[in-house]
Structure formats: structure tokens, C-alpha cells
Design a protein around this ligand. Structure first.
Ligand code: NI
Length: 215
């Protein structure tokens, strides 16, 4: 998740959309609620909150975001360590992806992100190709053992981190065009911050499920 984030299509005539409503509903539940099955779906979907691009990104913030990209392969392996196939095939929330789908989705998503960064580095504000992450998550390769995608994440991140660490400050301002956000070019800065969040977001789905289930 994280690919399609446009809220405009959900705007109602009242001037706010369902996401705003979710936020309003969510606020009273921020204090710790660990009783199984009582958390609002919005909280289960966003265990670390929604992504928000910081107004300013300092060098320290960049460094921490790159460390999240470095850490993801091990964090993902730790998150799924010891889970049985039945546990991996359990949705992390009612109607949500299974742990197995989450792992395969991270591989799908981060392969795309890695390619997007490379085209942004080497072309003049290229238009990237979106993909339907929900449809991808239903394709037959989603039923493969998670080891396959853990290996992809290892390899993609090993290469991605080399690129990220070699970026010079002006490189973070390089842009690419996302067809779903016309007129709002994304930067490599945005991509890094987004995938730092995305890495922690999906690990959070699995670790929070384990916590709730006592696995
Ligand atoms: Ni995602």
C-alpha cells in the first residue's frame, strides 16, 4: 500500500472526504489499545500513521531515511521469522492482505521505486509507470514462498543503498512525473522519505499482527 494516495476522488460535497473522517474517528483511539479486535480499521491499516512529506528535510533526516532503506531487509526477515504458512496466510486486518502478500508487495513496490529512482537520476524529469498494486497482489506469484521475495528485497536494497549513499545534495531535487499527480512532480527527496515510511509501514503490519495474535 502507498501507491495510490489521491484523496480528491473521495471528497464529498461537505468539503471533506472519508480519509478526513477516518482521522477524526481515529484521534480518540491514539492512547494504547491492545485488546484484540477492537482497534479501528484505520489504525490497523496505518500502524505507524500515514505518510507525510516533511516541509524541510535536513541532512540528518536524509541519513535516517537511508538507514531505514538499509535496515528493511533484516527488519522484514525478523518480522516474519518463525511464522507458519497458516500464519503467513492470515490477513493482517479484516479484508486486508496476508503477511505473505505484504512481503511480496514490498518486493513489487520497492523494485518499482528503485527503477523510478534510476530513471529520475538519468533522465530529465521522466514520467514513471504506475501499477495497480491491488491487482498485482492477486496474481499467482503472490502464493510463492516468501523466501523468494525476501531475496529480491535483499538484492534490490543492496543496490538501492549504493545509489542513495552516492547522491549529492542537488541530486535529491531531481524530479519525476507521476501520472496520478499531474502538475506535482515528485523528487528523489520525496521518494526517499516515502520509502523510508513505506518500509516501516509494512513491517508494522506484520509485527502488529503478531503482537495482537500473541505469535
Ligand atoms: Ni505498500
Amino acid at each position: 500500500m502507498g501507491e495510490r494516495r489521491s484523496t480528491s476522488r473521495f471528497k464529498s460535497s461537505l468539503g471533506f472526504g472519508i480519509w478526513d473522517l477516518k482521522l477524526i474517528v481515529r484521534l480518540p483511539f491514539i492512547p494504547v489499545i491492545e485488546v484484540k479486535g477492537t482497534m479501528p480499521t484505520a489504525d490497523l491499516s496505518y500502524p505507524i500513521g500515514r505518510f507525510e512529506m516533511p516541509a524541510t528535510v535536513t541532512p540528518d533526516m536524509r541519513g535516517r531515511a537511508i538507514e531505514d532503506i538499509v535496515a528493511l531487509p533484516a527488519r522484514l526477515r525478523d518480522a516474519v521469522a518463525g511464522l507458519t504458512d497458516a500464519q503467513l496466510d492470515t490477513p493482517y486486518r479484516p479484508g486486508g492482505w496476508t503477511g505473505r502478500q505484504v512481503v511480496h508487495h514490498v518486493a513489487d513496490s520497492h523494485m518499482n521505486a528503485y527503477v523510478r529512482m534510476k530513471v529520475a537520476q538519468t533522465e530529465n524529469s521522466p514520467t514513471i509507470t504506475p501499477y495497480d498494486e491491488k491487482a498485482w497482489a492477486e496474481l499467482p506469484d503472490m502464493r510463492l514462498p516468501i523466501a523468494v521475495s525476501l531475496g529480491i528485497v535483499d538484492g534490490v536494497h543492496a543496490r538501492w543503498v549504493v545509489l542513495l549513499r552516492a547522491l549529492k545534495p542537488p541530486d535529491f531535487a531531481r524530479t519525476f512525473q507521476h501520472p496520478e499527480y499531474p502538475g506535482a512532480p515528485r523528487t528523489i527527496e520525496w521518494l526517499l522519505q516515502h520509502y523510508s515510511w513505506h518500509s516501516r509501514h509494512h513491517v508494522g503490519h506484520i509485527t502488529s499482527l503478531r503482537q495482537r495474535e500473541g505469535w
